[in-house]
Design a protein around this ligand. Structure first.
Ligand SMILES: [Zn+2]
Ligand SMILES: [Zn+2]
Length: 207
């Protein structure tokens, strides 16, 4: 679900990444873009292969995930980038998307899917990245160092607010209130920049 009024965003077809979300107006840094809503599914009853094409599955608890309504517009349509302009904020158990920096009209809104490092078990890996960023690692999987930074930060963030009520098999309800802005944090830049050594290795040059 988008929390940003519809005058601010537009869903458009991209060349290589299916649909994407583009800014229709300038979006200031720290703006809450939306809440990742969908049906709460029990992971024991879900085949991850069913999500291989879209990558819509979102972590909710260690046993449950959120699966959005693919037909309706929402933040699940944001594409992955190795240097995204949006990030994830954990609030009352919900996954909010917010802008990391000012996003100019016409610019695509992007997020890191923050996938765990590829330890060889992701087979066949469908997470090739075509984000086009100068810092593209070629993969949606984080480096080990980036992943540890993110998980440590996220664990602390999750403790700050109390999880809102939910029921398995039901759509996660919208929260009664959302934060107006999300404060910046240097950890976000540290997470993506920790992948730079991998970019160097891949390209064989110095950034
Ligand atoms: Zn993979
Ligand atoms: Zn990339």
């Amino acid at each position: 679900m988008f929390l940003l009024p519809q005058t601010y965003w537009q869903v458009k077809q991209t060349k290589e990444k299916g649909r994407g979300v583009f800014a229709a107006k300038e979006i200031p840094a720290g703006t809450v873009i939306g809440d990742y809503l969908g049906t709460i599914i029990d992971m024991a009853q879900f085949d991850p292969a069913d999500d291989a094409e879209h990558l819509f599955l979102m972590y909710f608890t260690d046993y449950a995930c959120i699966y959005p309504d693919a037909a309706s517009p929402g933040v699940h349509l944001l594409n992955h980038s190795c240097r995204p302009n949006c990030w994830i904020y954990s609030y009352r158990g919900h996954t909010l998307f917010f802008s990391l920096k000012t996003i100019e009209p016409g610019e695509e809104l992007t997020i890191s899917y923050l996938l765990s490092p590829d330890d060889g078990t992701c087979e066949p890996c469908t997470h090739v990245c075509k984000c086009g960023s100068r810092y593209c690692t070629g993969s949606m999987h984080l480096s080990f160092e980036s992943y540890v930074l993110w998980q440590t930060f996220l664990k602390n963030e999750r403790k700050k607010t109390k999880r809102a009520p939910f029921r398995y098999g039901k759509v996660l309800p919208k929260l009664p209130a959302y934060p107006e802005t999300i404060p910046g944090n240097s950890v976000y830049a540290k997470i993506w920049s920790a992948s730079i050594p991998e970019v160097r290795k891949k390209r064989g040059d110095a950034l």
